[in-house]
Design a protein around this ligand. Structure first.
Ligand SMILES: Cc1cc2nc3c(=O)[nH]c(=O)nc-3n(C[C@H](O)[C@H](O)[C@H](O)COP(=O)(O)OP(=O)(O)OC[C@H]3O[C@@H](n4cnc5c(N)ncnc54)[C@H](O)[C@@H]3O)c2cc1C
Length: 399
């Protein structure tokens, strides 16, 4: 196999291209946006397992994408009662801990590293359709151009066009009942929360924040919405309107929350939170899916980017070590499906705990300190955070 077409230049796409290059396979990345969107999205957690997987392609998020360690989480009730402190993931034997990073910067660094390594990344290439041929696959883009390759890798995110073409019956992403809103702020005199992200279970909504050494505050809120808001509705809501709405929602909770929201600088972004518990088809013919395109997770577990990265590294190894693309895709699915579905289910459970009625709230505030001790231990989470993909060990077909 000589050439892979990679659709999507988010997190999974450039990672896939660099991993394929290391496996000796050429590729090109085709991104729908007409220019890099390096300032979209808020901030996200790259977990220790994701950071570990990136080592296979020599990318260091902390060094290159202004990532900073975030090893702890502290929980509070809306009234300011401490509910407990837990590790944010598991510290690996070499000291690696989860890192917080602006999503756009992570994407920028991955793209720039791919370009530096000679991998073409083309913009304005929105995949419209593809056709399997006798020798491979032809991709057709909305600008009327085409590209030909041996395989096509759909890394085109949660609303993947590749997935829709491969399997028109595929389940749609499901709305989790939460809307994520967030931005950046500055509150004079507020001390940095080095290494600790704070989470508050407010009366009507969930709030998270951290303060960097520079004083910059990263914050987000999760609001309960029984019906899914349209993209238009969210796009038409101004930052001022969000501010007013949030100030009302958090009135009566810890006053610091409204101080942070009230002092927000720049744009306040909002997006509906989706996930996709399972996807029946991961590959068909010369086409395979990775990242959010095949198993989107809600952000609560902080694993979306890490799962996409793991997929890319694993698929590259499968293509390197397994004769025949269909066999390689099958082994890839065998290695990934159970793990990612377990992560999506775990994250959905966390999302559900963010919204509770008055009675459930009292119960949660009473039981959480004990529950955190039992369920949030290193042992309980090792399966998720210590997953290691050894680049040099060949994939065995028996996997
Ligand atoms: C704008 C944006 C903001 C986000 N913000 C957050 C956040 O704040 N916190 C968080 O936890 N997670 C966030 N996520 C999700 C998180 O980044 C993903 O879980 C993770 O990065 C998975 O990566 P991916 O490459 O599979 O998908 P994505 O990062 O979504 O990348 C998919 C890429 O494919 C492109 N694409 C889509 N359709 C086509 C097409 N037809 N043809 C060609 N290209 C196409 C998209 O433009 C995008 O660049 C965000 C995602 C996006 C797209």
């Amino acid at each position: 196999m000589t050439k892979a077409l990679i659709v999507g230049g988010g997190i999974a796409g450039p990672t896939m291209a660099m991993a394929l290059q290391r496996a000796g396979i050429d590729s090109a990345v085709y991104e729908a946006y007409d220019r890099p969107a390096d300032y979209t999205g808020m901030f996200l957690n790259t977990a220790s397992n994701g950071l570990d997987a990136l080592r296979a392609i020599d990318v260091d998020v902390a060094e290159t994408a202004d990532g900073f360690p975030m090893p702890r989480m502290r929980m509070w009730s809306g009234t300011g009662k401490p509910l407990g402190e837990v590790a944010n993931g598991v510290r690996l034997a070499d000291g690696t801990v989860s890192v917080c990073v602006k999503r756009g910067l992570l994407q920028k660094v991955l793209r720039e590293q791919a370009l530096e390594r000679g991998i073409p990344v083309q913009y304005g290439k929105r995949l419209e359709s593809y056709q399997a041929t006798r020798d491979g696959v032809v991709a057709r883009f909305a600008d009327g151009t085409t590209a030909t390759g041996d395989i096509l890798i759909g890394a085109d995110g949660i609303h993947s066009r590749t997935r829709q073409i491969m399997n028109p019956e595929a389940p749609k992403p499901s709305f989790t009942g939460l809307v994520g809103v967030g931005g950046y702020s500055h509150v004079a005199g507020l001390a940095p929360t080095i290494g600790t992200q704070h989470f508050v279970f407010g009366k009507r909504a969930f709030f998270g924040y951290l303060v960097r050494e520079s004083g910059e505050i990263y914050w987000f809120a999760n609001l309960h919405r029984p019906d899914e808001p349209t993209r238009e509705e969210l796009a038409q809501t101004s930052s001022q309107e969000w501010k007013r709405h949030l100030l009302g929602l958090f009135a009566g909770d810890m006053p610091l929350i409204n101080e942070i929201i009230g002092n927000s600088t720049g744009e306040i972004g909002a997006h509906p939170v989706h996930d996709m518990p399972t996807s029946p088809l991961w590959h068909r013919g010369p086409v395979v899916l990775i990242g959010d395109a095949v198993h989107a997770t809600s952000p609560s577990a902080g694993q979306g980017a890490s799962m996409a990265i793991e997929d890319a590294i694993t698929l590259a190894k499968c293509l390197r070590d397994t004769p025949g693309t269909t066999a390689a895709f099958t082994v890839y699915e065998q290695l990934r499906r159970n793990r990612v579905e377990k992560v999506v289910a775990y994250s959905r459970k966390l999302s559900n705990s963010k919204t509770a009625g008055p009675l459930a709230r009292v119960f949660r505030d009473m039981t959480m300190p004990i529950a955190l001790k039992i369920f949030a231990s290193d042992k309980a989470h090792a399966w998720m955070y210590t997953h290691h993909i050894d680049w040099d060990t060949p994939i065995s077909q028996a996997a």
